[in-house]
Ligand binder design. Structure first.
Ligand SMILES: C[S@@+](CC[C@H](N)C(=O)[O-])C[C@H]1O[C@@H](n2cnc3c(N)ncnc32)[C@H](O)[C@@H]1O
Length: 218
């Protein structure tokens, strides 16, 4: 397992933490956790605030392809693919690469780009409907923290099973009590989050041998 900054090319997001904290309530959290229209395309206090393809994942796709030495004909899976923008960009960056996605959000999947229709599966990260070692690389970006700890553990076992360890997982974390406080005032959907040590313990418990990085809300 190594920490690898595979999202370094992603443009930094501007977050109005104070505004989110001021309006956040249990109803907003419950709606966001449905991963429906409000989460993706409703007002910012419910989630993305409108998420449309803009090519932002293309340089990240390039870095992922380089890191895993992906070639045409190889198979890559994005667990928690949302609307499938990374799946599309992986295939644009490496024509002939067989990229697939899986997500729990029906709303997001039926809004995927036309080029990847048929490549996305509806399902949950803790129960992947694929054979052992069936992918050359498995990615999961900002998704596994959305499961409660026991299911996050299952999801990491599943990622290890279908990838054979050629995987990259990025999850929410924090490095100090101040960052934890900022994160807690921002977070809507995460059900399990921890300092890096807590995540590394979970990864080890799951037998995960792939790479990882942290999303730090600041
Ligand atoms: C912050 S979004 C990240 C989407 C995409 N990976 C990205 O980085 O833009 C979190 C994603 O996790 C998905 N999700 C939440 N719970 C899930 C589960 N149990 N299994 C699979 N996907 C899940 C949501 O639908 C959403 O697409």
């Amino acid at each position: 397992m190594s920490q690898v900054e595979l999202l370094r090319a992603l443009p930094k997001i501007t977050r109005n933490i104070k505004q989110r904290a001021a309006v956040k309530d249990p109803n907003i959290v419950a709606l966001a956790r449905q991963y429906g229209e409000m989460y993706w395309d409703g007002p910012r206090e419910y989630g993305y605030g409108g998420y449309h393809y803009d090519g932002r994942w293309r340089p990240v796709a390039r870095d992922i392809i380089g890191h895993f030495r992906l070639q045409p004909g190889m198979r890559v899976l994005d667990v928690g693919c949302g609307k499938g923008f990374l799946v599309k960009d992986l295939m644009l960056e490496c024509p002939g690469l067989e990229a697939f996605g899986l997500d729990i959000s029906h709303y997001a999947l039926i809004r995927c780009p036309r080029e990847i229709v048929g490549r996305l599966h509806l399902g949950s990260a803790d129960f992947l409907p694929f054979p052992d070692r069936s992918f050359d690389a498995v990615l999961s970006i900002n998704t596994i923290h959305n499961l409660p700890r026991c299911d996050a553990l299952k999801a990491m076992r599943e990622i290890e099973r279908v990838s054979g360890g050629r995987a990259f997982v990025q999850v929410d974390s924090y490095l100090s009590p101040a960052q934890k406080e900022t994160f807690e005032s921002w977070v809507l959907t995460a059900q399990f989050h921890d300092y890096p040590d807590g995540w590394l313990k979970l990864f080890t418990e799951a037998g995960y041998s792939g790479d990882y990085d942290w999303t730090i809300v600041a």
